[in-house]
Design a binder for this molecule. Structure first.
Ligand SMILES: CC(C)(COP(=O)(O)OP(=O)(O)OC[C@H]1O[C@@H](n2cnc3c(N)ncnc32)[C@H](O)[C@@H]1OP(=O)(O)O)[C@@H](O)C(=O)NCCC(=O)NCCS
Length: 295
């Protein structure tokens, strides 16, 4: 996902007005690193996710060296054997406001994934995103986790929507963006452009957000041939009724989406108050529902 804004930023000299320098100096003194977060992925492996720092260039180069040629192509939309010193500097010298990057480190401290946003020059409420997971770590939910955390950071910095320019054949990122309610807004010969709305926290609405999360799970279940429909009575929590197509209604169950106990952490729940999976892992939730109903 490297669009013209990023290319311009990569290639262009920074305009050094006195005002820009003063703003940068102000932000540098205000910046306090956010605490690193330990996260368990769905296969049980653990990573620490933290903001990228200026000293991370060697970590980034090491992670890049462990990417397959296909992953490099998907990320940069061009063949790439290495990151130049200027690129390493650009990708690690982030200001945490217009440009934020979060890295995931495995237990021994080596990098396994990174996600970044770069604010659009012409629209300060929009930012372009890129996410890359080292091949051996793909498919464990790490890309989703990084984008969820990056979305939180972006909201804190006043960003209302992400954009992503991706290779048309990149099915993995298309699936990942679908879980973030992305809409396809542009199509060229070899690329697709998506837009992802970030709901500002002051506009959060538990009923509406619950329905949106259930919608994503319903799509996953229907894709697996299951019956799934949402009921949303006024003034009450919405629920998703799921039924095994091979069984009668007695084998159905209701699911809700609700906060999971810790702040900002929504989960899918069975109606008997058993947690299924976090809302950012609807595929895992669908598997959990199916295996519970077939038990
Ligand atoms: C795209 C990418 C970031 C996905 O990261 P990931 O950690 O493997 O993705 P997740 O495990 O979080 O999967 C999230 C969802 O994406 C979809 N997905 C992931 N890998 C997929 C694949 N190989 N094929 C189809 N869908 C896939 C699924 O819908 C999945 O949800 P589910 O597991 O609940 O079914 C990763 O494959 C990658 O780094 N690719 C190379 C670089 C790249 O393409 N970057 C994107 C452009 S900048």
């Amino acid at each position: 996902m490297i669009n013209h804004h990023i290319r311009a930023a990569l290639g262009g000299e920074r305009s050094g007005t006195l005002l820009a320098e003063a703003e940068d100096a102000g932000r540098a003194t205000q910046f306090r690193p956010r605490p690193a977060r330990r996260v368990m992925l769905r296969d049980g492996s653990q990573v620490v996710i933290r903001q990228v720092q200026g000293a991370d260039a060697p970590l980034l180069a090491d992670g890049f060296a462990r990417l397959s040629a296909t992953s490099r192509w998907m990320r940069f939309l061009t063949p790439k054997n290495e990151l130049s010193p200027a690129e390493l500097r650009y990708f690690t010298d982030v200001d945490h406001h217009d440009h934020e990057a979060l890295g995931a480190l495995r237990r021994d401290g080596r990098g396994v994934g990174i996600a970044r946003y770069i604010r659009h020059a012409a629209d300060s409420r929009a930012a372009d995103i890129a996410v890359t997971i080292v091949d051996a770590w793909q498919g464990r939910g790490l890309g989703t986790e990084l984008l969820v955390q990056l979305s939180d950071r972006a909201r804190q910095e006043g960003i209302h929507r992400f954009t992503a320019l991706v290779a048309a054949e990149n099915e993995a990122v298309a699936g990942l963006l679908r879980t973030m309610r992305a809409s396809l807004v542009g199509r060229e010969a070899n690329t697709l452009e998506y837009e992802i709305p970030l709901i500002p926290s002051e506009e959060e609405d538990p009923v509406r957000d619950g329905i949106a999360y259930l919608d994503v799970l319903a799509a996953q279940l229907r894709a697996r041939g299951w019956t799934a429909y949402i009921s949303a009575p006024a003034g009450r929590l919405a629920s998703l009724f799921v039924q095994d197509p091979q069984e009668d209604r007695a084998h159905g169950c209701d699911i809700i989406a609700a906060p999971g106990g810790t702040a900002d952490d929504w989960w899918y729940w069975f109606s008997w108050a058993e947690r299924i999976a976090p809302v950012h892992a609807p595929g895992a939730a669908a598997d959990g529902v199916i295996s519970a109903l077939r038990r």
